[in-house]
Ligand binder design. Structure first.
Ligand SMILES: [Zn+2]
Length: 437
């Protein structure tokens, strides 16, 4: 699937990169891994020549490739759900050239050896770049801190106990202090487990109607409020994973207004679905944190638009039929998200909830800043990490066309609009829809 890095030429394409204030119809030339020319008629004399792959940009957009802060690749330990190879293939198909892997593997990624193994495995596979996130505590048990210096040296870009919340204030305080020494962001899965024990979905009118135990949004707000106090006192880099509640949005907006170094991400599913999606007991819609109310979704959309929520992250969480084709109570939470991210978000742009510029920023420059990697950008001389999109192309989310090993998506069988046609990482084509399934 991966091609040798011959020259690539995009002619008359709408190139959009808000980090440079760019939104123009131009030609773009990629040679030896970099963007070498960008401008009107930049492809003159090159397009159509030997060894050059030329892409007609008519009706297409060229964007910096996407960066996902939050994916679960299940390797090591649960490769039947996903492995690094299938996860990276799904990422490339979704337009991502960079993807962060959460540490809740089996064993947990809490050591240099596991981080190194993941990085080496991803290099061997090629394709999208993998950036491991190390655990905050050993075994994600919430007690003893990991050797964050080792994790960082091995390639970890952040630390998180995602899947679990760091509930102890004392441990969280030490984690923020320790991570600050290594300039690593601490990513919190904000959930007061004492308030969510046994929960199945968002606590509200619908959970009451369905007779399912609820996950109250205040369980998220309490942790975010406490962590912001700690982060402020310590001066650490704090990042909230998958923000889902109106209350957390308010707290973040206030903290940012006071100049705190805090950031946050939101998932495509929390922006596009409410708890009403659970009415048919569809286990594909069981996620953690849960799908929330209309008021929460409206707050998330506004916060993404105004930058209170910095980045979009998929929380791609593959599960096999073993974990999903069962009673609602016993189903594992999570849905896949890498390959449906772009069309779902383009829907928000079309409906006027979000500008295209903010969407691109939230998928590229904003997440890159958070993990301190070179942001994909459309500039002469920059590394060629880019994605070609047909914004009008309709396609059906069919299991056989998804690269992910797992198919736990509520959008299966549904038609969406907007398709990734080509993903390029470091000048190499890592996904080409023309070779599709
Ligand atoms: Zn989480």
């Amino acid at each position: 699937m991966t091609h040798a890095a011959g020259p690539l030429v995009f002619t008359r394409v709408r190139a959009v990169d808000p980090s440079r204030g760019l939104d123009a119809t131009v030609d773009v030339v990629v040679e030896q891994g970099r963007i070498t020319r960008l401008g009107p008629d930049a492809a003159a004399g090159i397009a159509g020549t030997e060894r050059v792959r030329t892409f007609d940009g008519a009706g297409r957009w060229l964007l910096p490739a996407f960066v996902d802060l939050h994916a679960h690749f299940r390797e090591p330990g649960q490769e039947y759900k996903e492995d690094i190879a299938s996860g990276l293939a799904a990422a490339a198909a979704g337009g991502f050239a960079h993807v962060c892997a959460m540490p809740n593997t089996r064993p947990v990624n809490d050591t240099r050896a596991i981080t190194e193994m993941m990085v080496a495995r991803a290099r061997e596979i090629g394709g999208a770049r993998l950036h491991p996130i190390g655990a905050i505590t050993k075994g994600q048990a919430g007690e003893e801190l990991t050797e964050m210096a080792d994790l960082r040296e091995a390639g970890a870009v952040a630390v998180s106990d995602d899947g679990h919340c760091v509930t102890s204030s004392a441990v969280m305080r030490r984690a923020l202090e320790y991570a600050r020494t290594f300039d690593l962001p601490v990513i919190q899965h904000a959930e007061d487990h004492a308030l969510t024990a046994g929960s199945q979905m968002h606590e509200g009118a619908i959970s009451a109607r369905l007779g399912l135990r609820g996950w109250p949004s205040v369980a998220e707000d309490i942790i975010v409020a406490r962590d912001l106090l700690l982060a402020e006192a310590i001066g650490a880099r704090y990042h909230v994973a998958h923000v889902s509640s109106l209350g957390a949005v308010r707290l973040l907006r206030d903290a940012k207004a006071r100049g705190l170094s805090v950031t946050a991400e939101v998932t495509p599913h929390h922006l596009t679905l409410t708890d009403a999606a659970l009415l048919g007991y569809d286990t594909a819609c069981k996620v953690n944190p849960p799908l929330r109310s209309e008021a929460d979704v409206a707050a998330l959309r506004a916060a993404l638009a105004d930058g209170t929520l910095d980045a979009i992250a998929t929380d791609h969480a593959p599960h096999s039929p073993l974990e999903k084709d069962c009673e609602f109570d016993s189903a594992s939470p999570g849905m896949i998200g890498l390959e449906t991210c772009l069309p779902l978000l383009l829907g928000l742009v079309r409906e006027g909830h979000l500008s295209l510029a903010r969407l691109v920023d939230a998928l590229t420059a904003a997440p890159s800043r958070i993990i301190a990697i070179e942001a994909p950008t459309l500039r002469e001389g920059a590394t060629a990490d880019l994605v070609l999109v047909d914004p009008e192309r309709r396609w059906t989310v069919a299991p056989e066309r998804l690269r992910s090993k797992s198919k736990n998506s509520p959008w299966l069988g549904r038609e969406v609009c907007g398709r990734v046609e080509l993903t390029v990482a470091g000048g190499v084509v890592i996904f080409d829809a023309a070779e599709g399934r």
